[in-house]
Ligand binder design. Structure first.
Ligand SMILES: NC(=O)c1ccc[n+]([C@@H]2O[C@H](COP(=O)([O-])OP(=O)(O)OC[C@H]3O[C@@H](n4cnc5c(N)ncnc54)[C@H](O)[C@@H]3O)[C@@H](O)[C@H]2O)c1
Length: 328
C-alpha cells in the first residue's frame, strides 16, 4: 500500500514507518518537524515538510504519491499545556485534522488510521477499560482526540470514509536495534525520565502521589511497546477495504505497572540506581489506567511481542545508551 504517514518523523510515527517498510509497504512522510526529527527516518524515505492543515499541499502529495491510506500521528500531546492553552490544541489536533480529512475526501482517498488515546476515557470507573467504556475526557487534549473520533464517525456515515481509531495507552520502548527511539523535548514520559535520572542527565525523578489505592501506593499505567502499536496499524489494513468501516481499538498490554515497578525495571536493566523524590498527587491523575485490548487481538490478530515492562525498558535503555542526546 502507498501510505502517507502524517507525523511520521515523530516517536510513534517513525517506528511505524519502519514497520511499514518491513511489511513491504511504501510509506512517505508529512511532518512539519515542530517536534519530529529527520534523523528518525531513513534517508530513502521521502519527507514532505508541511503542515497537515495545508489542504493544497496535502492534496498534491496524495495525488503525486498515489496515496491509498493515511495514518495520522501528528498532534500536540502535552496534557498540562492543553489546559493552559486549549486553543493551541483545538487548532492543531482538531481544526488541522479536519483540513487533512477534507483534502483526503477531495482527492478520493478514503482510508484513514487515527492515533487516539486512553485520555478520551477521562477517569474511568472500571478497569480494565474496554472500547465501550464511557468517554469523558478531563482535559482539552483528550477532548480534542474525542472530537476527531466523532468527526470520523460522521464522515464514515456521510462519505463512506473507512477509518480505524487506535486508543493508545502509554507508548514506550524503542526499535530493537537501538537506532530510533523516544526523543521528546520537553520529555514528560516516565521511562525516558527515569533513564535520564539513572544516568545523571536529569535530576532526581519526581513521583507524584504515593498514597493511591494501589498495591505500592503509586499510579498504575499500561506500557505498550511502540513496535507493537505500529504493527496494529498494518494489521487493520484489510478491514479498511469495507467502505464506511468505523473501527475503534484499545492498544495496551493489559498489564498494570506501577511507577515504582518502572523504576525497578530501569534499575534492573541499567544496573544503576534511579534517584527519586516524592511529591503530592497531581490533579487529574487517575490511580489506574489499563486496557482490555482483546478486541484488537480477536479482530486483527494483533499480538503483543513485548508483554513485560523489563523487555520494554531494555529497548528504551539500548536507545538511550546509544544516543544519550537523542537525535541531537
Ligand atoms: N506517546 C504516547 O504515549 C501516546 C499515547 C496516546 C496517544 N498518543 C498520540 O499518538 C500520536 C503520536 O505521538 P508521539 O509520541 O509519536 O508524538 P510526537 O510529538 O513524537 O510526534 C508527532 C509528530 O507530529 C508532528 N506534527 C505536529 N503537528 C503537526 C502539524 N500541524 N503538521 C505536521 N506535522 C505535525 C510533529 O513534528 C511530530 O513529528 C499523537 O497523536 C499522540 O496524541 C501518544
Amino acid at each position: 500500500m502507498n501510505v502517507l504517514v502524517v507525523g511520521g518523523a515523530g516517536y510513534i510515527g517513525s517506528h511505524c514507518v519502519r514497520q511499514l517498510l518491513a511489511a513491504g509497504h511504501n510509506p512517505v512522510v508529512l511532518d512539519n518537524l515542530v517536534f519530529g526529527h529527520r534523523a528518525a527516518l531513513s534517508p530513502a524515505i521521502r519527507l514532505y515538510e508541511a503542515n497537515l492543515g495545508d489542504e493544497a499541499a496535502v492534496g498534491k502529495i496524495l495525488k503525486d504519491e498515489k496515496i491509498e491510506v493515511v495514518m495520522h500521528f501528528a498532534a500536540f500531546a502535552y496534557v498540562g499545556e492543553s489546559v493552559s492553552d486549549p486553543l493551541k490544541y483545538y487548532f492543531n489536533n482538531v481544526v488541522a485534522t479536519l483540513h487533512l480529512l477534507r483534502a483526503m475526501l477531495a482527492a478520493g482517498v478514503k482510508k484513514f488510521i487515527f492515533s487516539s488515546t486512553c485520555a478520551t476515557y477521562g477517569i474511568p470507573r472500571e478497569m480494565p477499560i474496554v472500547e465501550s467504556s464511557p468517554q469523558a475526557p478531563i482535559n482539552p487534549y483528550g477532548q480534542s482526540k474525542l472530537d476527531v473520533e466523532n468527526a470520523l464517525k460522521s464522515l464514515a456515515h456521510a462519505h463512506g470514509l473507512s477509518f480505524a481509531t487506535f486508543r493508545y495507552f502509554n507508548a514506550a520502548g524503542a526499535a530493537e536495534d537501538g537506532t530510533i527511539g523516544e526523543a521528546h523535548d520537553p520529555e514528560t514520559h516516565l521511562i525516558p525520565l527515569a533513564i535520564d535520572a539513572a544516568t545523571g542527565r536529569r535530576p532526581a525523578l519526581q513521583i507524584f502521589g504515593t498514597d493511591y489505592p494501589t498495591p505500592d501506593g503509586t499510579c498504575l499505567r499500561d506500557y505498550v511497546h511502540v513496535d507493537d502499536l505500529s504493527r496494529a496499524h498494518i494489521a487493520v489494513f484489510p478491514k479498511l477495504e469495507t467502505p464506511g468501516a468505523a473501527l475503534f481499538y484499545n492498544l495496551g498490554t493489559g498489564r498494570p505497572t506501577s511507577v515504582l515497578e518502572v523504576i525497578q525495571a530501569v534499575e534492573k536493566v541499567s544496573g544503576r540506581k534511579v534517584p527519586y523524590t516524592t511529591a503530592p498527587r497531581r490533579a487529574g491523575d487517575p490511580p489506574a489506567l489499563y486496557a482490555d485490548s482483546s478486541k484488537a487481538v480477536r479482530e486483527l490478530g494483533w499480538t503483543v511481542r513485548f508483554p513485560g515492562i523489563n523487555e520494554i525498558v531494555a529497548t528504551a535503555w539500548a536507545w538511550h545508551a546509544a544516543r544519550p542526546a537523542g537525535y541531537r
